[in-house]
Design a protein around this ligand. Structure first.
Ligand code: NAD
Length: 437
């Protein structure tokens, strides 16, 4: 008798990273798998589709060779992962960072699927990245990396397929080069292929600030629900880039005191509240918050001990871990970053009664206004900043209310509640569409 073939699932994944199906792998993808496992008991009948969440739909790894200014040729590794497109085209940012891995991009793409469903925008989840330290590139090298990467992933992106946006170390200029490269390749002006573009080439008013504005909006709502007064509240923020700096400014304008800020270069602490405008100017000149006059320098790990009421991680993944979660003094954590809290830390914080508003709702303001940008590009009709901000706040508040109700109903954390709402929406779409062929 012929030896039976191995189960197709086993065969199909032998070439993928060891973390692909292993929830015990400590990388970001393993964390996502654990989060899905936690939510599966709440999915009812739809649970039969849950495996589709554990397998990204499409992973593309590309070589990005460029001419360096010194005449040499350098190669960088790039990724684009489309986790799930049941609810619409893929959507998610592009990260330029020397430590980017496929596992990380897989997790970030999956969190985009969850986030987009949580705020009910008609997108699936995707994410991209290049393993490169952009701080070490000249402007010309950065442009060449961006354009070559865009050409390579051009096979699978497009306004109706997958729409990139800014993430860590990418900005409006990078989006402008991506839009131009894609447009040149397809032979037409394709505004809707990326969001987070400059306003003069189809970007949306309010997009640059949208993620921070969304973080601030849910922080205000959550603080109100737990009886935490914003006026005079002490806020600590990790990360002072797009998300962290806008969040800091909005808190400071509302009468809260931003007492501590940490970035890649160091941490600063001022119990009376940092002057955010002066701090922004210092970062623009020096490249980091480190050395900011009028504030105390804090060693990196001591940042987690600072007395504060609200903590906003707005840098990278896996920052709040079992080793610092017990020391955090905040009553409320609002996740501006993607994946900043490990599952063990999540449990510890829950035991200690610290409320965590998870990334998959807290930082969804960016993709919400990206959705507005995409709609505006299709219709070539642009809205006022007031309209954008009003619609953003309405969506963020509405989504948080729904999630809070689900959390109360099932007596689960806001993270699990967000996953319940989002996974049900994604799997319902899968169920309606069925499998092809
Ligand atoms: P950014 O590149 O503008 O800023 C990143 C900040 O993190 C910088 O201040 C940098 O110094 C700091 N940082 C980097 N490494 C650090 C470290 N080891 N310790 C402390 N600080 C460190 O990036 P961004 O767009 O503000 O993104 C920040 C986070 O928010 C990421 O997790 C990103 O995925 C998430 N996010 C961004 C958006 C968006 O619209 N830009 C949307 C949703 C989520």
């Amino acid at each position: 008798m012929a030896t039976p073939l191995p189960h197709p699932h086993v065969q199909a994944h032998t070439h993928l990273p060891p973390s692909f199906l292993d929830p015990h792998h400590l990388g970001p993808w393993g964390i996502f798998l654990q989060q899905v496992d936690r939510v599966t008991p709440y999915l009812g009948e739809l649970g039969r589709w849950v495996e589709t969440l554990k397998r990204p739909k499409r992973l593309l790894i590309v070589d990005v060779p460029i001419h360096m200014d010194d005449g040499s040729v350098a190669h960088f590794e790039g990724y684009r992962v489309q986790h799930n497109t049941s609810r619409g085209p893929g959507k998610g940012g592009v990260r330029f960072h020397q430590d980017v891995t496929l596992s990380e991009v897989m997790a970030l793409s999956a969190w985009m699927s969850v986030k987009n469903a949580a705020v009910n925008v008609p997108f699936g989840g995707a994410k991209g990245g290049i393993r490169v330290d952009p701080r070490r590139l000249s402007r010309g090298e950065l442009e060449r990396v961006t354009r070559r990467y865009t050409s390579e992933i051009g096979l699978i992106i497009g306004p109706n397929k997958d729409i990139p946006a800014p993430d860590v170390n990418t900005n409006e200029q990078v989006m402008a080069w991506m839009m131009d490269t894609y447009s040149m390749n397809v032979g037409e002006a394709s505004l809707g292929v990326v969001t987070g573009k400059p306003v003069d080439i189809g970007g949306s008013l309010g997009r640059r600030e949208a993620t921070g504005r969304g973080v601030y909006t849910v922080a205000v709502e959550a603080a109100h629900r737990i009886g935490l007064k914003l006026l005079g509240a002490r806020v600590a923020i990790q990360g002072f880039g797009n998300v962290g700096s806008v969040t800091a400014r909005l808190f400071a304008e509302s009468g809260a005191h931003v007492v501590a800020v940490q970035d890649h270069g160091g941490a600063v602490y001022q119990p009376a509240g940092l002057d955010i405008t002066a701090l922004l100017a210092h970062v623009a000149a020096q490249g980091s918050v480190a050395g900011f006059p009028g504030a105390e320098a804090v060693p990196p790990d001591a940042f987690w001990d600072v007395p504060c009421d609200i903590l906003v991680p707005a840098a990278l993944e896996q920052q709040i871990t079992a080793s610092n979660a017990g020391r955090i003094q905040a009553r409320l954590i609002v996740e501006g970053a993607n994946g900043p809290t490990t599952p063990e830390a999540d449990d510890l914080l829950q035991e200690r009664g610290v409320l965590v508003v998870p990334d998959v709702i807290a930082n969804a303001g960016g993709v919400t206004v990206s959705y507005f940008e995409w709609v505006q590009d299709f219709s070539s009709f642009f809205w006022s900043e007031e309209e954008i901000n009003e619609r953003l706040v309405k969506i963020m508040r509405g989504a948080l209310t729904t999630i809070w109700q689900v959390a109360d109903e099932h007596k689960v954390t806001l993270r699990t509640a967000t996953f319940i709402v989002a996974c049900q929406r994604i799997l319902h779409a899968r169920d309606l569409r069925g499998l092809y062929p």
